[in-house]
Design a protein around this ligand. Sequence first.
Ligand code: ZN
Length: 194
Amino acid sequence: MNDATWADGWLQRAQRIDSPHFGVRPEGTAISLAVIHSISLPPGEYGSDAIERLFTGQLDWDAHPYFERIRGLEVSSHFVVRRGGELQQFVSCDLRAWHAGLSSWRGRADCNDYSVGIELEGLEGEAFEPAQYDELARLLTELRCRYPLFGVAGHEHVAPGRKCDPGLGFDWPRLIEMLGWPRHFFPTEVAPPC
Ligand SMILES: [Zn+2]
């Protein structure tokens, strides 16, 4: 189904950058969860094209000492929200991106099967920009209009102890207030430290 907002799972107003890192969702799987992440490459450095390169399989692993630690990593996310609020999309929401890894949400395993991944350009423990909250709230609203979404969680909530993004710098009460959605959409517990 398409409308003016979406076309084949692509949000039309986002900058589209096709990633080869995706698969099909299991047949009949509804998209019910949004997983919030944070990423910066190298960690703490913003504004380069390293995230796009990683998600499109074009990162030069020798370009920075940190990249050696993730050499060969094949990952993607549906969306990235840059520090200035710019929105990029790498995988159609109708397809399965590789963002959550080993994970479960409310007792259900393999979040990649039924979730949309949203990366905020940032660093665990550090604050995010107001423009990123604005874009995130707008994006989640559009997702909920299009898909039967009934949950929003951090990577740290679906992979506790293994992942700790977006981390303590992410202001959940702020997002919850901006969206005005029922409280049960959101994490009820603080994720354990990694
Ligand atoms: Zn993550």
